[in-house]
Write a protein that binds this ligand. Structure first.
Ligand code: ZN
Length: 264
């Protein structure tokens, strides 16, 4: 076994979990996180009229490749479901679904024009409604407030408030898990390494899709993409920072007594 693989600290839960799974870096890491903690894990995704179908095509590849890394993960991985939500085009003009709108990054604290108001809240509510009859109460989300594009529905308060609203409104007891909430993108790569070693990092690099432009023609060190859209820039910066931190920590480990838990 890879010496960098850290065994999960939390005991394995016998309860099932549902990962909101887009096939991107964040949800791929969340899938590995859930497979390390829950006895059975299903995935759910949304076909919301994305500009590019490539994101949906990548989902199956990421799922298969992540589970194949460990026999126990393979055993725990259950079914995948894809829900169609085609109302975003009717709700708002946005570059995520409008093929003729150029993608622009946010400026002065603004969010990029890929923003659909409340999109993640809508996804989580749909996932919870799907999970209700199936007895699944643990939902795992790849949302992050530290290093996202500034989407307000990815923030910790939004997710916590939604959990309370869901538990009241559905008279149930859901737990929303957001393991990446306070990680930056570099730390998300680090978490992937801790969960599944370099093999998981390599799977995420090769199979996951992040680019808003749907570009997979060119392979960079950080994966496939156009290299210029806000999602690619975030992914590239995060990966480069992860590689730098790793190199620095390898240097420290060589110079002093190794203390692998120090920075965890
Ligand atoms: Zn891109």
């Amino acid at each position: 076994m890879n010496e960098n693989v850290r065994q999960p600290e939390a005991p394995l839960s016998a309860q099932p979990a549902l990962v909101l799974f887009s096939g991107g870096q964040d949800s791929a890491t969340c899938l590995a996180w859930a497979l390390s903690r829950f006895a059975s894990v299903q995935t759910i995704g949304f076909d919301y009229g994305q500009r590019h179908a490539v994101e949906l095509q990548c989902r199956a590849n990421v799922r298969r490749a992540v589970a194949a890394l460990r026999p126990d993960w393979e055993r725990r991985l259950g079914a995948d479901v894809l829900l169609g939500i085609d109302l975003f085009q009717q709700l708002a003009d946005n570059a995520l679904t409008a093929a003729d709108m150029p993608i622009e990054g946010g400026s002065a604290g603004g969010v990029p024009n890929t923003f659909v108001p409340g999109r993640n809240l809508i996804f989580i509510l749909h996932a919870a409604a799907w999970a209700y009859q199936r007895g699944v109460r643990h939902l795992v989300l790849g949302v992050c407030q530290t290093d996202s594009s500034g989407y307000p529905d990815c923030r910790d308060d939004s997710v916590k408030a939604l959990q309370v609203a869901m538990n009241l409104g559905m008279d149930s007891r859901y737990t929303l898990h957001a393991p990446l909430m306070f990680l930056d993108k570099a730390a998300t790569w680090q978490l992937a390494e801790e969960l599944g070693g370099k093999a998981l990092v390599d799977v995420i690099l090769e199979e996951s899709h992040t680019c808003y432009e749907g570009e997979r023609g060119q392979r960079f060190a950080w994966g496939y993409g156009c290299g210029a859209c806000p999602a690619c820039l975030l992914r590239r910066r995060g990966y480069e920072a992860y590689v730098r931190r790793r190199a620095a920590s390898d240097q420290d480990a060589g110079a002093a007594t190794p203390d692998l838990e120090k920075d965890v």
